[in-house]
Design a protein around this ligand. Structure first.
Ligand code: ADE
Length: 234
C-alpha cells in the first residue's frame, strides 16, 4: 500500500510515522507513507496556501490552486483508489471503514487546516471525507495519523501475530475481553483460573462471554447493531 499525505505542517506527522508498527510496515516494504508539503505547490514570494473567506467571517480558507497542483502532480505518478479529506463533517471513522481501506493499493489523504478547504476542492477531487470523532482538531494531521495507523496494522504481515488484528475490539461488534500476563497472582489479585487451564475450548468460551459482558456494560449500542450477537445472554 502507498499512502500520500498532503499537509501544510508535514512535520507534525514525522513522529508517528517513524515509530512503532508504521515504521515496521515501511521497513518490511508493506506500506509506504509519503508526506507532501502543500507550501511546495504554492506560487509567489509568500507561498500562500490560504486566503480570506468570500462573504467575510473569521478564519482562513485553504485555496484550491496549490491543492489542485499537488494532487494532479501526484496523480501523474499513481492512480488513487480513494482521495480522502480529513474533516470533522466527514463520515465517522470506524473499524469497517478501516477494514475496507486496508484492501486498497493507493490512498491520498488531504489534511485540512484553518476553516477548511475551498468547497470546489471537495467537489472536484475528494472521493471520501472522514472524521475521527465529534470534536474539532486544529488540523487534519493527527486524524490522518489515526486513520493510517488503523488501516496499516490490518495489512497481512504488518503485525507479528497474524490473527491478532482479527480479534481486536470492534472486529465483531464486540469489545475485546480482558487480557492478563505473568505473574498469575499479584498481591492477592488472581488471573481467572480458566486462562491457566490450557483448555482451549473453555478459554474461547470464557473470552466470548467476557466480551459480551464487557460490551453490554460499556457499549450496549454495539450489541444493538448486531442483534444475533450475544442474544442468548440477554
Ligand atoms: N480535522 C479537524 N478535526 C477533525 C476531526 N475530528 N476528524 C478529522 N479531521 C479533522
Amino acid at each position: 500500500m502507498h499512502i500520500d499525505i498532503i499537509s501544510v505542517v508535514p512535520g507534525l506527522l514525522e513522529g508517528p510515522f517513524s515509530h512503532s508498527i508504521l515504521k515496521r510496515a515501511e521497513d518490511k516494504g508493506i506500506a509506504k507513507i509519503q508526506l507532501h508539503n502543500l507550501r511546495d505547490f504554492a506560487t509567489g514570494k509568500q507561498k500562500q496556501v490560504d486566503d480570506y473567506a468570500f462573504g467575510g467571517g473569521a478564519g482562513m480558507v485553504m485555496m484550491i490552486e496549490p491543492i489542485a497542483r499537488c494532487i494532479e502532480s501526484l496523480q501523474e505518478k499513481r492512480t488513487y483508489d480513494e482521495i480522502i479529506y480529513m474533516t470533522p463533517d466527514g463520515k465517522r471513522f470506524d473499524q469497517p471503514m478501516a477494514n475496507a481501506l486496508s484492501l486498497q493499493q493507493n490512498l491520498l489523504i488531504l489534511c485540512g487546516h484553518y476553516k477548511g478547504v475551498d468547497e470546489r476542492v471537495r467537489e472536484r477531487y475528494i472521493t471520501k471525507e472522514i472524521s475521527i470523532g465529534d470534536y474539532v482538531l486544529s488540523g487534519g494531521e493527527l486524524a490522518a495519523a489515526v486513520v493510517a495507523d488503523a488501516v496499516i496494522r490490518l495489512i497481512p504481515g504488518v503485525l507479528n501475530d497474524e490473527t491478532s488484528a482479527l480479534t481486536d475490539s470492534f472486529q465483531d461488534d464486540l469489545l475485546a475481553p480482558p487480557v492478563y500476563t505473568r505473574p498469575a497472582e499479584y498481591e492477592g489479585m488472581n488471573v481467572p483460573e480458566v486462562l491457566l487451564s490450557g483448555h482451549e475450548a473453555k478459554i474461547n468460551e470464557w473470552r466470548f462471554e467476557a466480551s459480551v459482558r464487557r460490551t453490554k456494560e460499556r457499549r450496549p449500542d454495539l450489541m444493538e447493531k448486531s442483534p444475533t450477537k450475544g442474544s442468548d445472554n440477554q
